[in-house]
Design a protein around this ligand. Sequence first.
Ligand SMILES: Cc1ncc(COP(=O)(O)O)c(C=O)c1O
Length: 381
Amino acid sequence: MDGGEELKEHIPFIDLQAQRRRLGTPLEAAIKAAVEGGQWILGPQVGELERALAVWAGVKHAVACANGTDAILLILRAWEVGPGDAVFVPAFTFAATAEVVVLAGATPVFVDVLPDTFNVDPTSLIAAIALVRGEGKLKAKVVMPVDLFGQPADYHTLSPIAEREGLKLLCDTAQGFGGLLDGKRAGAIGDAAATSFFPAKPLGCYGDGGACFTNDHNLKEALLSLRMHGQGSDRYEHVRIGYNSRLDTIQAAILIEKLKIFDDEIRERNSVAKRYNEAFAGSNRLVTPRVIDGATSTWAQYTIKVDNRTKFQADLKAAGIPTAVYYPIPLSGQKAYGHYPSVPTPVSEELSKRVVSLPMHPYLDAPTQKRIIDAVLSSTG
Ligand SMILES: Cc1ncc(COP(=O)(O)O)c(C=O)c1O
């Protein structure tokens, strides 16, 4: 996801400058302190952030790293997932979810998603596991649902499937960190979770960043080693092949300040989503997203389904309103991924033709949102 282009439009797609104004002097002081402190990589603020994230998410360990893609990769590598292993991923997600599986040497197996929540369809997952076991070429190892657009996947159903099938559950919560399911934070669900602090994410920094979450002490130790070139007990002792995947101290300092207002921002995002939902409830020309029982979304995106997306986007553009399409091609249909195993993914294919995301951020005031709503209803009405 990248809000960059949309920021040029009259109404911003994501208003990060409004957030910066709110954070004000304490944010600037935190950045200055990080620069003056002189430990610019993995400085003390990184440890402070890791502790704050773990407490906030309700999980024992948070390990910060260079970006969300690495966060998933580090977990897969720490679990020694590799050649011959199957990792079940949704077909309708950002490429990084499947990319890291290939980078780890394993095989992504594509699973379809549900039409109303956009998250992994448990029935399709069961079919994909049966496909892999039936063919007998790969060993089913990990299920990696994605908390797409900010909503936790249906772990009520997915967690028991993973447990019954003896698979690890790795939550790609790059878009969903901070969401809740039955009072449990995304980040604290599954055997491990990974998030991204890319600027446009609900909790984003001013560059790249990411984090892994787990209650497993041994996994945490392996992650700390992997992010620092596979180091052992000493910096120049190497016990495994690792990565350079460290978080900058400035980014940690920024995230510490942003985490203080994150609860409030999630509340505001939910108010914005509620206003959209209520305004669109009567329309039979567009479909609003469904949130499952017991879940709170962080609304990384507010994504509707429309019939004539090209016209819809042109109409909104003419009204000065940016829109974005996440994602126009399912991974199972991409040149780079089309040859990997997949069960049928008709829902992902249909969604990729119909979904469109509207401006969504905590600082979207009601009058501005009314302009967006009016333009949406006038285009679809
Ligand atoms: C679902 C999903 N997974 C993984 C990532 C990767 O995160 P990053 O961009 O920080 O590497 C993203 C980010 O766009 C994402 O949306």
